[in-house]
Design a protein around this ligand. Structure first.
Ligand code: ADP
Length: 629
């Protein structure tokens, strides 16, 4: 008995969209169906590695019937069970993620394109599609039919062999919009399509083609007959010679294999022979996938053995910090009959992974050197991964990654590498300076920049949350320490001046202590500053956690009590210092109020919230009134 079922709503919408707009090239339907068929054979082949079931000849077959106006694609792959027919062809729930549905609602073709909608493309050229299939997991064969409008039917069917036949009843030609569906009944045209889109498919795609023999004797009639021909060369793109592969071929392969709309930013194709033999074909996508930074994201490379697909996302092949790299590895050294679990511990696989990592690194370095524009684009999209890579695992990968990271600086609006920074350092400059902040302007305006600006030193701009955490792991580059402009001592003044200042600090000890007492627990110290020139005060942090890190940690769950130690620095050469001295002499009770105002101002400059805005406001008012009297 045939059962009639409704497509899920999303499917209906998708069909409409697809038929009317998505693909301007209707001909790609064949590529989509062939790719599904090839996957189905892969699946059966994979089962056969562990089970006894073994088909001798995996293949696809295309049959054209001019009378019935049908194109049939048959495969001897894994087939569909009844349930799979319903789940896989009756709904697009597998792609039913939120983004996909939103895409449908807004008819956002880009988003839809990121999901496989392969099978449905058959309706772009067909008025009716019939699927006759028998799964290796089922005794019974089934038939699925639909005209692609709103429902489909499923019934039991007869089929001897495992696999699937997809029968497309082509649409009528439409003179109005010049669509000629008869093309898909032409041997010549179909051959061309297979060559164009599916040449590297690993299994033979066969078709009966018309051959003509012309007898030598011109009077005799030519003889025509049918012969089965394999239409594709079956050599996977990555197994071909690099020099023979055109950019377009790489790009098309990437877009189709990895469901992307854009050409890749970079293609890395390498063949390695020796201790271990493998080919890798890697791509760096132009745009990061929408879920790259979510926990759900699955990194990994496809794994093949001698051109035969083994698995889709092998995690071991790619380190976390290169998670944005897509692609595949094909190695004859991997034993095919290993289980997936065993594969993870495979010695060869580990070696390949190490090589792949090195290769990516060296290619990125080359790009950084020779094609900075592309590297900048890549860095903007993926740089944060590299920074995390340095931070993770207590820095075991810092050597590997430190030359790949870049920063904008107080002197450069373009990204600068650490090497470029240190090469440009003033001879007298001993350390690498960095400053956290929202923008170059806000950093340049900080009082902590006074003397650094005076000396014309360059400062790296830290704008990502991870930056300070990363640099705490990195610690040094080229033997030069990293120093935050508002943490610890900066080494900016010469020994003589430093002595004078230390002496002054001793003399003014009791004033400084009084200021500190006035701020009770808020600061760990009040000091005369060695980094200010024109500004009156600034707030810096002591060793360990910085104020920037405190801000970041505050926004994370469970780390509310992480606190930076704060030190209030006062500029001894500023007018305010004389005032403080005077107040302390004549009216020491008032010193606490001065301390509070100065501290609040330093907080504001740092972009930190005032702890007690009402008190601060009242103090300001009090001082303003005082002044006028
Ligand atoms: P996608 O291939 O992107 O997952 P499709 O709509 O093209 O989406 O196919 C839906 C699913 O139907 C596939 O994922 C696969 O499980 C199954 N399928 C499609 N074609 C075949 C086939 N020829 N044999 C077996 N299963 C198939």
């Amino acid at each position: 008995m045939a059962k009639t079922k409704q497509f899920k709503t999303e499917s209906k919408k998708l069909l409409d969209l697809m038929i009317n707009s998505i693909y301007t090239h209707r001909e790609i339907f064949l590529r989509e169906l062939i790719s599904n068929a090839s996957d189905a054979i892969d699946k059966r082949h994979y089962l056969a590695l562990t089970d006894a079931d073994k088909a001798d000849d995996y293949e696809m077959f295309i049959a054209l019937d001019n009378d019935k106006r049908t194109l049939t694609l048959s495969d001897n792959g894994i087939g569909f069970t009844e349930e799979e027919l319903i789940n896989n062809l009756g709904t697009i729930a597998r792609s039913g993620s939120k983004e996909f549905k939103e895409g449908l609602e807004n008819a956002d073709i880009e988003i839809i394109g990121q999901f496989g909608v392969g099978f449905y493309s058959a309706f772009m050229v067909s008025k009716k599609v019939t699927v006759i299939t028998k799964s290796v997991n089922s005794e019974q064969a089934y038939k699925w039919t639909s005209d692609g409008t709103s429902n489909y039917t499923i019934s039991e069917a007869e089929k001897d062999d495992f696999g699937t036949d997809i029968i497309l009843e082509l649409r009528d030609n439409n003179e109005e919009n010049e669509e000629n569906y008869d093309d898909y009944l032409s041997e010549y045209f179909v051959k061309k399509l297979v060559k164009k889109y599916s040449d590297y498919v690993r299994y033979p795609i066969k078709m009966d083609v018309t051959k003509t023999d012309y007898p030598e004797d011109k009077d005799e009639k030519p003889i025509t007959y049918m012969e089965t021909e394999t239409l594709n060369s079956m050599i996977p793109l990555w197994r071909r010679n690099k020099s023979e592969i055109k950019d377009d071929e790489y790009n098309d392969f990437y877009k189709h294999q990895f469901n992307d709309f854009d050409d890749p930013l970079k293609v890395i194709h390498s063949k390695v022979e020796g201790m271990i033999t493998y080919t890798s074909l890697l791509f760096i996508p132009k745009k990061a996938p929408f879920d790259l930074y979510s926990e759900k994201f699955e990194k990994g490379l496809q794994l093949y053995s001698k051109g035969v697909f083994i698995m889709d996302k092998n995690k071991e092949l790619i380190p976390d910090y290169f998670r944005f790299v897509r692609g595949l590895v094909d190695s004859s050294d991997l034993s095919l009959n290993l289980s997936r679990e065993m594969l993870q511990h495979d010695r060869h696989l580990k070696k390949i992974a190490a090589n792949v990592e090195k290769k990516i690194k060296s290619e990125l370095e080359k790009m950084q050197k020779n094609d900075r524009e592309s590297y900048n684009e890549l860095y903007k999209t993926y740089g944060i991964n590299l920074k995390y890579g340095i931070y993770e695992g207590y820095g075991i990968n810092k050597e590997l990654l430190q030359d790949l990271i870049m920063f904008k600086t107080t002197k450069s609006d373009e990204y600068v590498t650490l090497k470029e920074y240190t090469d440009n350092m003033d001879k007298k400059q001993k350390v690498i300076y960095y400053a956290s902040g929202k923008s170059k302007d806000s950093i340049l305006a900080l009082p902590q920049m006074d003397l650094i600006k005076d000396k014309d030193y360059e400062v790296l701009l830290f704008t990502d949350d991870i930056d300070e955490f990363m640099v705490n792991i990195l610690m040094k580059y080229d033997d030069k320490e990293f120093k935050s402009i508002n943490q610890g001592d900066l080494d900016l003044i010469d020994k003589k001046d430093e002595k004078v200042l230390d002496k002054l600090s001793k003399e003014k000890e009791s004033l400084l202590q009084a200021l500190k007492a006035g701020l009770s627990e808020k600061v760990t110290d009040v000091k005369l500053s060695k980094r200010l020139k024109d500004s009156p005060v600034c707030l810096v942090s002591g060793e360990g956690l910085s104020m920037e890190m405190e801000k970041v940690l505050k926004n994370m769950p469970n780390s509310k009590d992480a606190k930076a130690t704060k030190i209030l620095e006062i500029n001894p050469n500023h007018e305010i210092f004389k005032t403080l001295e005077k107040v302390y002499e004549t009216n020491p009770d008032k010193i606490t109020k001065y301390a509070k105002i100065l501290y609040s101002q330093a907080l504001l400059i740092e972009g930190l919230p005032l702890e007690n805005p009402v008190e601060f406001s009242n103090l300001m008012i009090e001082f303003m009134i005082d002044k006028v009297e």
